[in-house]
Design a protein around this ligand. Structure first.
Ligand SMILES: [Zn+2]
Ligand SMILES: [Zn+2]
Length: 241
């Protein structure tokens, strides 16, 4: 998914700015939070997106062709920005280097995306996409949980949706193969399955690439009786060309 690319000017700029926390790390406006409002408006503009997979669609189009042909197990799918500069660098800092300074601005960005706030208000529970225990140990924290608990602290539950195993890299696999790979990768905590039945759920993830993991998690929740599932993702990758 995310690759570690060689340092680019933006990255070194970010590193240098550790000493200047009040400068926007994208455009260097000052004073500011990690990313200033004009940069959010410029690099995460409200975009018409498919209601099933959050890919950009022309204004007025509800679903993309793929989602019409193969409806995903989501009632709605919302994304705050496209996974493109400057967001991959910010997300990598947050996710792989545990830069907690980015957690709040990224959660704010996500919460401010169209329809996210109402989805959070109307749902019963907010579930972060879980990491398998060994991945969680490696990384030390779950980036999706950090986003979820900043957006909806009272509704976030990190012990309900479980990841039983990590799956190998999914890129290069066909959609059907990806879904097969993920079969059984998620489970609902058996002792608390009643918390899912008949409930409206928001599922939070940081980056959505093929959507296979989100769809597999949603299928698991659906089988456990979830009534309505909205995926809320920070960044959506562009469709493969
Ligand atoms: Zn800026
Ligand atoms: Zn779609």
């Amino acid at each position: 998914m995310l690759s570690h690319r060689p340092l680019r000017p933006f990255t070194s700029l970010l590193a240098g700015l550790a000493r200047l926390p009040s400068q926007c790390e994208v455009c260097r406006a000052w004073p500011s939070q990690p990313v200033c409002d004009p940069c959010v408006a410029r690099f995460a503009p409200p975009t018409a997106r498919c209601g099933g997979c959050a890919l950009p669609v022309p204004e007025g189009v509800a679903r993309c062709g793929d989602c019409v042909l193969h409806p995903p197990p989501l009632d709605a799918c919302l994304a705050a920005c496209t996974y493109a500069w400057p967001w991959p660098d910010a997300i990598a800092r947050f996710k792989f280097r545990g830069d907690a300074g980015w957690a709040t601005p990224l959660a704010t960005l996500l919460r401010s995306a169209p329809w996210v706030e109402p989805a959070l208000e109307q749902c019963d529970i907010v579930l972060p996409m879980p990491l398998a225990p060994e991945r969680l140990r490696e990384r030390g924290f779950n980036q999706s949980l950090e986003l979820a608990r900043r957006m909806a602290p009272a509704k976030t539950d990190a012990r309900l949706l479980l990841r039983t195993r990590e799956t190998p890299a999914q890129s290069g696999l066909a959609r059907a193969e990806r879904l097969r790979n993920l079969r059984g990768a998620f489970a609902v905590e058996p002792l608390r399955a009643d918390k899912v039945r008949g409930k409206r759920i928001v599922l939070v993830d940081d980056v959505m690439t093929s959507g296979a993991s989100l769809f597999a998690a949603a299928e698991t929740l659906r089988l456990a009786g979830a009534e309505h599932i909205t995926a809320v993702v920070l960044a959506r990758t562009d469709p493969p060309r």
